[in-house]
Design a protein around this ligand. Structure first.
Ligand code: MN
Length: 253
């Protein structure tokens, strides 16, 4: 198994190397990560400016790539041939901060996994419900074990696994919960300022998001100390609504 390891916090992020080194125990790995933080940058496909992907030596003396592109660009560049061998699995993370519910639409961590799926291979996105660097030994070895499960069982096409770790010490984790996406509640607030010439500018500020901890959701799992694994399908068609929509009888003119 050849694993492409990436993230959205950047190549120097504290969780990247522990993740890579845990995966080294079960697979060959190649790190291909952004050269700076792309958190909440979503899923860009950079088409209107050139992209760098420079060879770098990681602290464990392994060779990887640091790119000026987004996490999704990193995966794309790897598949397009910057990396000579096609990966069998994309593993993205471990992100600083959970990616629960609607977060998956903003997350660069998730976008990298999605890019893997679009390129026809299985992918795992990993995030930790903590914005501070913690001991990643437990989560990283769990990620390696999960990669082995994926290698053993395969994943249906068009799907990835979205994994979140609760912000408790590894010994206190309650278990693994197979979950669905919950409902994030964003508490964004408009912060309005004025520049030195009196023109307004804005920040999207406010408190970190909360969520509805409904049983069975990723939000519930994390709030209760479980590792959550949500299988996510890229086909977002609202199948059940098609009949209602037909009844609208939308006409061309
Ligand atoms: Mn991030």
């Amino acid at each position: 198994m050849y694993v492409l390891v990436t993230n959205d916090d950047g190549i120097d992020a504290p969780a990247l190397l522990p993740l890579k080194q845990a995966l080294d125990q079960v697979a060959e790995t190649i790190v291909f990560a952004p050269d700076h933080n792309w958190s909440a940058a979503g899923h860009p496909k950079t088409m209107h400016k050139p992209l760098r992907a420079d060879p770098v030596t990681l602290p464990d003396d392994s060779q990887g790539f640091a790119s000026s592109g987004a996490p999704s660009d990193c995966v794309s560049l790897a598949f397009l041939g910057v990396v000579e061998r096609k990966p069998d699995l994309v593993v993205s993370g471990i992100n600083l901060g959970a990616n629960l519910g609607y977060d998956i639409f903003y997350s660069g961590t998730v976008a990298a996994a999605v890019e893997g799926v679009i390129n026809g291979i299985p992918a795992i996105a990993l995030s930790s419900d903590s914005f501070e660097a913690v001991d990643y030994t437990g989560p990283a070895s769990f990620a390696a074990r999960l990669a082995q499960y994926v290698a053993q069982h395969g994943l249906p096409a068009d799907m990835f696994l979205n994994v979140n770790f609760p912000s408790v010490p590894w010994e206190e984790v309650q278990g693994v919960a197979i979950t669905r996406l919950g409902r994030r509640v964003y508490r964004d607030e408009l912060v309005r300022r004025a520049d030195p010439r009196g023109r307004s500018y804005y920040w999207i500020g406010g408190k970190p998001p909360s969520g509805v901890p409904e049983r069975g959701t990723d939000i519930w799992a994390i709030a209760n100390g479980f590792v959550s694994i949500t299988p996510v399908h890229l086909d977002m068609t609202a199948y059940h609504f098609r009949e209602d929509l037909r009844r609208w009888n939308v006409q061309l003119s």
